[in-house]
Design a protein around this ligand. Structure first.
Ligand code: HEM
Length: 416
């Protein structure tokens, strides 16, 4: 699609699997070069993005500016053109996954403004606060099941079930369907072949279409029913909008939170002194959750965006109609912004980070994710103070994904 802006391709940095497997190493060297924006070629195995030339934003200042700039579009119609086949049927992502992606995350103003207002009406801080006792209960139940267990893959037994149960209960999805939801989203986010992705997206799309119809006929005390009821000066969400919105809440609502818990535990186990400080003083937990989000950001990059006009950013001017990827994981360890960026430190004075994005697409679910992280990490350390890694660190592998930064498994010993 887009040429390398008239420059020979060899001037762009060809990325390899260090983008997902050793991102901090990669970004440490990019930061050392001093440039906050780099021209890169996406690595093989990066799905529809493989081999595409992209402007990669790695500096904190540049990332924040880019995320707040209206010249960067999230409109799926624009970005899908780069992935071949025009973004409809025939792309490796499949026609239905494009339909499901027509949600607020992939919309620009004024569509985004309208959808976000309606979602904000339903997803209130009161709705999140109400979940706290239930999150405590689910956490206690999961920890009870681990009593007497010596070793476990914490991603499977703890980090994954909690966010799935929470988002399903929040949306009003029956508990009996949770396993199917987990299997579909796992296939959609990582590891699956294009055919498996297409099947998963078709199945989850059909499931959510049916769920919306059932909630409309029989509304309950849940977020999906609230979204159906949400009304902004007579404006309401149509079914064709509700299905992709429910989809993005479901996917964004658990895959990232799993990795907040998984990456958080991993980072704590590598830094015993900070872990001990936290165990000794649980009032540090809210700060610690934000510092863990900065240190091992679960959303490695924001969604792919495109320039609608020339965009001056850092030392470069990105031409119109180019793909841009903002690296949140790189920005959050930019030495120009954070002292000793690779260290965990609950007492750092510069605490604001980009783990939840910035600007109009800033995460809707941030308060819920922070609450889940605080309860999950706090209760785990209380129950299993001697928890430790059960394998050597270099045996751990990361999910092959451009958008998600999370471990494939997290074997731990629960007892000393
Ligand atoms: C947007 C991260 C949890 C729902 C975003 C964005 C990021 C993010 C980086 C912006 C993406 C972009 O600008 O391209 C995270 C992280 C989470 C988390 C790290 C957990 C630790 C949640 C939860 C929910 C949720 C629990 C819902 C229950 C959304 C939605 C958007 C979004 C709907 C789109 C907002 C918009 O476009 O206006 N999230 N998220 N997220 N997130 Fe989250």
């Amino acid at each position: 699609m887009s040429a390398l802006d008239g420059r020979p391709p060899e001037e762009a940095l060809r990325l390899d699997d260090s983008l997902s497997q050793r991102p901090h190493e990669l970004y440490r060297s990019l930061h050392a070069s001093g440039a906050g924006v780099q021209r890169v070629i996406m690595p093989p195995g990066a799905g529809p993005w493989s081999g595409l030339p992209v402007w990669l934003v790695t500096g904190y200042r540049e990332a924040r500016a880019a995320l707040a700039d209206s010249r960067l579009s999230n409109d799926l119609q624009r970005t899908a053109r780069f992935f071949g086949g025009g973004g409809g049927a025939g792309t490796s992502r499949g026609a239905f996954s494009v339909a499901l992606s027509r949600n607020l995350l992939h919309a620009d103003p004024p569509d985004h403004t309208r959808l976000r207002k309606l979602v904000n009406k339903a997803f209130t801080s009161r709705a999140v606060q109400r979940l706290e006792p239930r999150i405590e209960q689910i956490t206690t139940d999961l920890l009870d099941r681990l009593d007497g267990v010596e070793e476990t893959d914490l991603l499977v037994s703890y980090a994954s079930p909690l966010p799935i149960i929470v988002i399903c209960e929040l949306l009003g999805i029956p508990a009996t369907d949770e396993d199917a939801i987990r299997a579909w989203t796992k296939n959609l986010v990582s590891g699956a072949s294009p055919a498996e992705m297409a099947t998963a997206s078709e199945e989850i799309g059909a499931y959510l279409t049916d769920l919306v119809a059932r909630k409309r006929a029989n509304p309950g005390d849940d977020l999906l029913s609230e979204l159906i009821r949400a009304n902004e000066n007579g404006d309401q969400l149509a079914d064709a909008e509700l299905v992709p919105i429910t989809f993005v809440l479901l996917i964004a609502g658990h895959e990232t939170t799993i990795n907040l818990i998984g990456n958080g535990v991993y980072a704590l186990l590598r830094d015993r002194p900070q872990l001990e400080l936290l165990r000794a003083d649980s009032s540090l937990l809210p700060r610690a959750v934000d510092e863990l989000l900065r240190h091992e950001s679960p959303s490695s990059h924001g969604t792919f965006r495109t320039t609608t006009a020339e965009l001056p950013l850092g030392d470069v001017v990105i031409p119109a109609d180019e793909l841009v990827l903002v690296s949140l994981i790189a920005a959050n360890r930019d030495p120009a912004q954070f002292d000793r960026p690779h260290e965990l430190d609950w007492s750092r004075s510069q605490t604001s980070n980009l783990a939840f994005g910035h600007g109009i697409h800033h995460c809707v679910g941030a308060p819920l994710a922070r609450m889940e992280g605080r309860i999950a990490l706090g209760r785990l350390l209380e129950r299993f103070p001697d928890i430790s890694l059960a394998v050597d660190e270099d045996e751990l592998a990361w999910t092959r994904s451009t958008l998600i930064h999370g471990l494939r498994s997290l074997p731990v010993r629960l007892t000393g």
